[in-house]
Design a protein around this ligand. Structure first.
Ligand SMILES: Nc1nc2c(ncn2[C@@H]2O[C@H](COP(=O)(O)OP(=O)(O)OP(=O)(O)O)[C@@H](O)[C@H]2O)c(=O)[nH]1
Ligand SMILES: [Mg+2]
Length: 287
């Protein structure tokens, strides 16, 4: 399957970021804690060059804590301290402003030395669609200023938002990149909600999710959906479809004649994964 998702507005969003860059002191790069590398826009390094950068792993409430700990080590090894957060509930959000200020401290000090009153630090927030940029901004600002929503493509344009007196934040529309270097990257982005649902074959995405869960979280789904035996051969599609059907049956996705409606089952699998109802699941590991 090829996912076609790079509409014109994404090119525009990229251009708008490039235009604003000279006004920006620090970049906050928001990644999805469940898929940190796959949610990392390969164009970002190219666009942002050497702007001071803070990496945040959002939606950590949905990610596997052990895997997140591995990711934190992975980024630290690369000299990029990454802070896991949960923007929806505000977990660790208070640690962000001090870190942003730290990245900008040398400029503040030099302004003070020159007798200039330091202005608010200007931060740009970038990340894939639906990763939680606007939610984080609202959390930092302490009020609902930016529109948020449970689907990609909610923020349409850029918007400056004041976070107290110390930081101004630029909210941007989420951007994806024109080509996924790896089919799995597309699957992970689709499963976690970065790509518009209308563009996807949900059954393929659900199959990918079920296969990953059988491989990595087998005991959990066996228990949750009362499945007697899981397939041993991960590449046996028929066996995986049986697991999808078992989940669908358990959730009442039945058509007349008692057969499972696989489309409905697929939707249920994806919805439950995204809502964290299958437990804390990461879909990517750092190796
Ligand atoms: N569970 C969980 N949900 C979150 C978290 N942060 C954001 N969300 C949810 O994710 C969805 C997307 O959030 P937005 O803030 O609109 O995402 P965005 O990055 O601004 O998306 P675009 O504007 O479309 O690029 C919303 O339903 C949020 O409630 C989090 O840390 N945990
Ligand atoms: Mg937004």
């Amino acid at each position: 399957m090829t996912i076609q998702w790079f509409p014109g507005h994404m090119t525009k969003a990229r251009r708008q970021i490039e235009e604003k860059l000279k006004l920006i002191d620090v970049v906050i790069e928001l990644l999805d804690a469940r898929i940190p590398l796959s949610s990392r826009n390969p164009m970002v390094d190219e666009i942002l060059k050497d702007k001071p950068r803070l990496v945040l792993l959002n939606k950590n409430d949905l990610a596997d804590p052990q895997v997140t700990a591995e990711w934190v080590r992975y980024f630290a090894d690369k000299g990029l301290p990454a802070l896991p957060i949960d923007a929806a509930n505000g977990t660790h959000v208070k640690e962000i402003l001090p870190r942003v200020k730290q990245l900008w401290a040398h400029k503040i000090e030099s302004q003070l030395r020159k007798g200039i009153n330091p202005r608010a630090v200007r931060a740009l927030i970038v990340g894939i669609p639906n990763v939680g940029k606007s939610t984080l901004i609202n959390q930092l600002a302490g009020k609902k200023i930016a529109a948020t929503g449970d689907k990609p493509g909610v923020t349409k344009g850029q918007q400056w938002i004041k976070v107290g007196t110390e930081m101004d934040l630029l909210d941007t529309p989420g951007i994806l990149w024109p080509k996924f270097e790896d089919q799995l990257v597309g699957m992970r982005l689709a499963a976690t909600g970065a790509i518009k649902e209308e563009l996807l074959h949900l059954d393929e995405i659900a199959l990918f999710v079920v296969k990953y869960m059988v491989q990595n979280y087998g005991a959990g789904i066996q228990e949750r959906f009362a499945i007697q035996e899981l397939p041993e051969d991960l590449d046996d599609v028929n066996e995986m479809v049986k697991v999808m059907e078992a989940i669908g049956r358990k959730r009442g996705a039945i058509v007349s004649g008692g057969k499972v409606d696989l489309d409905k089952a697929s939707l249920i699998i994806i919805r439950e994964l995204r809502a964290g109802k299958m437990g804390r699941i990461s879909l990517e590991k750092p190796f």
